[in-house]
Design a protein around this ligand. Structure first.
Ligand code: GCB
Length: 605
């Protein structure tokens, strides 16, 4: 062998090991709970770093040996100005604002560090998965920077095969929740910007070629055909893959194409999922060395004129809006139990529908709603005034939409993907949002596309929806606050509604504030009596809305918002909840409960 050939071989080997070791952003792996995992949840060391000194040097250049290197202090001669070992901790998952009183209003960077023992399994691949980190996360594994993820409510994962070693490993994450004009959401929102690694962190081990993603749903408008696809990931992409639904006696063998993608379609007569019968089937996606099991239901969803048809039957969406904020303690939800508390309250009110506002909630929220028979409106935080002409802002919004749909597209209860909330009309906004709507439909041809738009008073007492975006959405969905931001509750008695399009109308928000236990006259703002009267009059008005197919009052529970500053009344909370932040039901809750009882009888005849 000549020296040049040897050099070539060595170069090739070096390149090979470099690619083997190179960690990268990997396409989202779905249904993480069904895989072989190691949880990295629990106690993490943290460093508060408002000036980002752990990442940038004094010339504002990224540093080689910043905090991500996770160095141990071994001698006294070297200068260190930070030491994870000696630092305080935070719990993951969880927001930082509610874990330590000094972080109540903190927005900026906090570094997280976890050291743990791990033994990679031979011939398996390893991925590092984050349920969500708000807002920007830069991730390091054993000192190597893997990449940056932007967006506070969607999952992301990196492949770390070859980077994890037997014995102690380190993961460091720089999380930054500073608000920014180009971000999604932008600087101004009516909810608190909880920072941190707010959802779980997991190591996933998979076979060399594995089932990364799949879509199993009834075909659009066809109650008797299940169709979908499977996506393999790895080198042996042509291996056969089976889709099994044992209870329906379905067992299909698929042969993926060169990209590891296989589609299928088969006849079936499932017992349909509905709020009254939230039936789920065990579905197995199987290869020779991988199996992913899911619980999937089957239903059709479509519109016909002003009606919403679920399994072909007209349905009224008896809903409520929900923020992903925990009952009783406030703060971002960090457990399934906390999801269930909110969903049970919605059930108690008589709901068959929840609007998960204003961003994708955690995966368990959607899964538990599915189990409880609650239909879902799922939304991305394109909220108020974002930068419509900024291509990076568009890409960010599209990524969040894509990640939300990727994660939840097999959830039978999700019926509407919402692309925006109360965005001001302009040609630029129209082109941005029409692109997003088209993207949603290309990723999921089955569900409806909506957006929370805004009503307009075209002449005194006559309201309508005058928004070009309604030509793009499947439903005429909009927020309206007649009686709160628009006049007093008595205005509801004088208002009528008209629409030029024949589509189902969903009132995606209405309501007003009340402090639980504060009493007074029906025109005294912030009293329970005011809110109760507003709900009574709003309901009477809503009954006059032509084509009304659903409502989601704002909101289930009082929630933290820095915009709400009135002392002893708001105290940093938006008080529009029908339940207080301490779990007390206000009078308005019972007004809704009564109306939903009537609607249930009317529609379930
Ligand atoms: C809205 C927004 C929602 C606010 C609510 C309010 O229209 O969509 O995010 O919290 O009004 O209370 O003003």
């Amino acid at each position: 062998m000549t020296i040049t050939t040897m050099k070539k071989i060595m170069l090739l080997m070096a390149l090979w090991s470099a690619t083997m070791l190179s960690a990268q952003f990997a396409p989202q792996i779905i249904n993480v709970e069904a895989r072989k995992t190691t949880s990295l949840n629990g106690v993490w060391k943290t460093t508060v770093d408002p000036f980002e000194n752990g990442y940038y040097d004094y010339r504002w250049k990224p540093m080689k040996n910043g905090y991500g290197a996770d160095k141990d202090i071994t001698d006294k001669t070297t200068l260190y100005e930070q030491n994870f070992a000696n630092e305080r901790t935070l719990i993951v998952p969880g927001d930082w604002n509610t874990q330590r009183s000094e972080f109540y209003y903190y927005e900026g960077t906090i570094w997280y560090r976890k050291r743990f023992n791990f033994t990679p399994t031979e011939n398996k691949r390893t991925f590092l998965y984050f349920g969500a980190a708000n807002y920007e996360a830069i991730v390091f594994v054993n000192g190597k920077e893997l990449g940056k993820h932007i967006g506070g409510f969607t999952p992301f994962n990196f492949e770390v095969t070859g980077l994890m070693k037997k014995g102690e490993n380190s993961v460091v994450v720089k999380v930054d929740n500073k608000r920014a004009f180009e971000a999604v959401p932008t600087v101004n929102t009516d909810w608190w910007n909880y920072g941190g690694i707010t959802r779980g962190v997991t190591l996933i081990e998979t076979p060399a070629t594995f089932v990364r993603d799949y879509y199993v749903q009834l075909k659009k408008g066809d109650k008797n055909t299940i169709s979908g696809w499977v996506q393999l990931d790895g080198k042996q992409l042509d291996k056969s893959v089976n889709v099994e639904i044992p209870e329906l006696k379905i067992a299909l063998q698929l042969k993926p194409d060169a990209n590891g993608y296989a589609t299928f379609e088969c006849k079936a007569k499932p017992n349909y999922w509905s709020p009254e019968n939230p039936k789920l089937y065990t579905v197995n996606i199987v290869t020779d060395d991988d199996v992913v099991t899911d619980q999937i239901g089957f239903r059709t969803i479509e519109t016909q004129g002003t009606k919403i048809l679920l399994n072909g039957k007209e349905t009224f969406l008896r809903g409520i809006c929900i923020h992903e904020e925990a009952a009783f303690r406030n703060g971002r939800i960090f457990s399934k139990e906390e999801d269930i508390t909110l969903l049970e309250w919605a059930k108690d009110m008589g709901c068959n529908f929840v609007r998960l506002a204003h961003y994708p909630h955690n995966e368990q929220m959607v899964r538990q709603a599915e189990r409880l028979g609650l239909l879902v409106w799922s939304e991305i935080p394109v909220y108020w005034t974002i930068q419509w002409t900024n291509p990076a802002t568009y890409q960010n919004a599209e990524n969040q939409l894509t990640d939300m749909i990727t994660r939840d597209k097999n959830r039978t209860n999700v019926i509407i993907w919402s692309i925006a909330n109360e965005t001001p009309q302009s040609a630029e906004r129209f082109s941005f949002l029409s692109r997003l709507a088209a993207k949603a439909r290309s990723l999921d041809p089955v569900r409806l596309v909506g957006a929370a738009m805004e009503k307009e008073e075209v002449k005194p007492g006559l309201m309508t929806l005058k928004d070009e975006l309604s030509k793009v959405t499947d439903v005429l969905s909009f927020n309206q606050y007649v009686g709160w931001y628009d006049g007093l509750p008595e205005k509801c008695d004088r208002v009528n509604w008209t629409f030029s399009e024949q589509k189902p109308v969903i009132i995606s928000e209405f309501g007003g504030c009340a402090v639980f236990g504060m009493h007074g006259g029906t025109t005294d703002r912030f009293t329970e009596e005011f809110q109760e009267d507003l709900y009574i009059r709003s309901i009477n008005m809503l009954k006059r809305v032509p084509g009304l197919a659903g409502v989601t009052p704002w909101i289930l529970k009082d929630f933290r918002s820095p915009r709400r500053q009135m002392r002893d009344i708001q105290d940093d909370f938006n008080r529009k909840g029908v339940i207080s932040d301490k779990g007390e039901k206000k009078k308005s809750f019972f007004i809704m409960q009564k109306w939903y009882e009537e609607l249930k009888k009317q529609y379930n005849k």
